[in-house]
Design a protein around this ligand. Structure first.
Ligand SMILES: Cc1ncc(C[n+]2csc(CCOP(=O)(O)OP(=O)(O)O)c2C)c(N)n1
Ligand code: SF4
Ligand code: SF4
Length: 593
């Protein structure tokens, strides 16, 4: 047992989850990064007595913590909402097997899609997977609920889900860490009992029945749990809410009575019934799907159906104030005016980004590009305009293979990053080789997981805990799964990149082109060069602008020239030299620093 001083700290929800995991005795944590969950593991890694790791994908992360739970250790995995889709296969069956050591799964949902390809409410997954779920509203809840969740998990022998949303994950608040002793390992250990760990039909059918019995017990627990709180106001309006909805409802409906549900699966039916009968009008405030609403309606309870819909996007005070105005029969609130006259700035790859040259070449090759998820998704936008599709992590490879098998004519390339390749690109590639495909897979190997904030991955040679490890070679993996044509190019060399891509796209067998250059922001690149445009030579042809480098601009209109010439912003230029390679007139030259 290790004693930690009593203290209060300002913590984001994600930091508070990490602190809760520490206090609650988590011994193993494994996760794959994804906004808004990434900082959970980054903060867990600060507690040296927790073993933690970046898993190659969420499914593996889930499997690792299941293994730790088998061993009797407390464990935690965290992921963004779409990550839970990847991890569903082991989770669904682990619900049958049940936890030994407490096992928490955090799903960080992203209403409003700040940094995600879809909006999905993973509260539905708790119900679907038949595992209990807690929903924190703020950082204090995050801290407390991780510890409560670990206890519930062990008490009921079940994995447990904690659902946060972007605001809960990223907002900071004061957390009272209390006076605690980090919980030790406890008495649980691995004990061989295949009737609990092997869901062959004989045992799985029994487990299925036991699971329903467990859910009934969890429903009783939910009914009487301190996680459910009633704040009595007047009895004219009652609100049932959870998660961030509670904070917004508290602000907008200052006088109302509120039932804040901390445990939202199973829901406490009797508590809800009693609360509903204690108020005149009942509203449900929840971010995302009508998850609570549908279950409460199914109980035959009357709920107000306001005109103001909360379904799509993030909740915010304005939306809740509009709902409150409607509920109290007041004038509708005018939505806040959008700030005008700000120039629209499309998202762009950083100056000197190693992905730029590849997209420039693919555009010139008129390739259909099945893309993937990473910084390189930005290759879809003008002027590069070189990506056609994005579905989910790793899908680029299967998508390209499908297009080819459906006889799509012309050049097709699957483009994905190094982290995405290790996450789920490898299996797609294996499928191409096995099924006699001819796809070209382009791996944009910038030696880091850039988009989520530069986390290590199997290609970087370093673990989350800072240890050196085997640096997995993408080239060797590609050859290992049976690809004969594997090429490595420097994407800063436009001619080489173009020629190699052309050859491989035209080849009638599977190929992999690894475009290798570290991310300019990864800390591994030292900027020592800079380029400038000689205005005397520049013919205003605009060729350099087609690279979409934010450092290249047009001279001011008042410069007096009939055509605006290109110029380079020295603050932004990092000297990749791509623009000098595309200028036919040699107007762009390296300058001495
Ligand atoms: C299933 C899933 N997990 C996590 C994410 C979050 N995510 C978006 S891009 C990305 C990794 C990108 O890294 P990499 O492929 O190396 O490309 P880079 O950003 O470095 O160009 C991650 C983890 C996601 N979108 N989907
Ligand atoms: S962070 Fe790195 S990979 Fe992402 S756009 Fe910038 S340079 Fe490119
Ligand atoms: S050298 Fe050219 S392309 Fe590269 S960062 Fe500078 S301006 Fe942009």
């Amino acid at each position: 047992m290790q004693t930690v001083a009593t203290n209060k700290k300002i913590l984001s929800g994600n930091e508070a989850i990490a602190h809760g995991a520490y206090a609650g005795g988590v011994e193993v944590a494994s996760a794959y990064p994804g906004t808004p969950s990434t900082e959970i593991l980054e903060n867990v890694s600060k507690f040296k007595d927790i073993y933690c790791e970046w898993a190659v994908n969420e499914k593996v992360g889930m499997e690792v913590v299941i293994g730790a739970s088998f061993a009797g250790s407390r464990s935690l995995t965290a992921m963004k909402h779409v990550g839970l889709n990847v991890a569903m296969d082991p989770l669904m069956t682990f619900a049958y097997l049940g936890a030994n050591g407490g096992m928490v799964v955090v799903t960080a949902d992203d209403p409003g899609m700040h940094s995600s390809q879809n909006e999905q409410d993973n509260r539905n997954i708790a119900k679907f997977a038949k595992i209990p779920m807690l929903e924190p509203s703020d950082s204090q809840d995050c801290y407390d609920m991780v510890q409560a969740a670990l206890d519930i998990s062990e008490q009921f022998k079940t994995p447990i889900l904690i659902r946060t949303t972007t605001r809960v994950s990223h907002s900071s608040g004061v957390v009272d860490l209390g006076s605690f002793e980090r919980r030790g390992h406890g008495d649980l250990k691995y004990e061989k009992d295949i009737s609990r760990t092997m869901p062959v039909p004989l045992y799985a059918r029994r487990m299925r029945v036991a699971l329903e019995e467990k859910l009934a017990k969890l429903a009783d627990f939910s009914e009487n749990s301190k996680l459910q709180k009633i704040e009595r106001g007047d009895d004219k309006i009652g609100i049932i809410t959870s998660g961030i909805g509670y904070l917004h409802a508290r602000e907008a409906f200052a006088d109302a009575s509120i039932l804040k549900l901390g445990m939202t699966f199973p829901i406490p039916k009797q508590l809800i019934r009693d609360f509903a009968t204690s108020v005149e009008k009942l509203y449900i405030v929840e971010e995302g799907d009508p998850y609570l609403e549908e279950q409460i309606l199914a109980m035959g309870i009357k709920i107000e159906q306001p005109k103001v819909s909360l379904r799509i996007g993030e909740l915010n005070p304005d939306r809740l104030k509009a709902l409150a105005a409607e509920a109290y029969g007041k004038q509708p609130i005018k939505p806040a005016e959008a700030i005008g006259d700000l120039p629209a700035r499309p998202p762009v790859l950083c100056p000197g980004c190693s992905h730029r040259g590849v997209f420039y070449a693919l555009h010139r090759l008129k390739a259909l590009v099945t893309g993937d998820i990473g910084c390189y998704s930005l290759g879809a936008f003008a002027p590069l305009s070189a990506m056609d599709t994005t579905v989910c992590m790793g899908a680029s490879v299967g998508n390209a293979h499908g297009l080819q098998k459906a006889d799509q004519q012309g050049r097709t390339a699957a483009v994905l990053g190094d982290s995405t390749f290790f996450h789920s690109g490898i299996t797609g590639l294996l499928n191409v080789v096995y099924n006699r495909g001819t796809s070209t897979v382009v791996v944009l190997d910038n030696r880091i997981t850039a988009m989520t904030g530069h986390q290590d991955n199997p290609g970087t040679g370093r673990t989350l805990m800072g240890d050196e490890t085997t640096e997995v070679s993408i080239e060797a993996v590609a050859k290992g799964v049976g690809v004969k044509r594997v090429r490595v190019v420097d994407p800063y060399d436009l001619e080489e990149t173009y020629n190699v891509l052309k050859e491989e796209l035209d080849a009638d067998e599977p190929s992999v082109v690894i475009c290798k250059r570290p991310c300019i922001l990864g800390g591994k690149v030292k900027t020592v060069r800079q380029f400038d445009v000689d205005a005397q030579i520049c013919k205003s042809c605009g060729a350099c602008l087609k690279l979409g480098c934010p450092a290249i601009e047009l001279a001011d209109p008042e410069s007096g020239e009939s055509k605006r010439k290109a110029r380079i912003n020295p603050v932004l230029c990092v000297g990749c030299g791509l623009c000098a390679q595309v200028c036919k007139f040699e107007a762009i030259k390296e300058v001495t620093l």
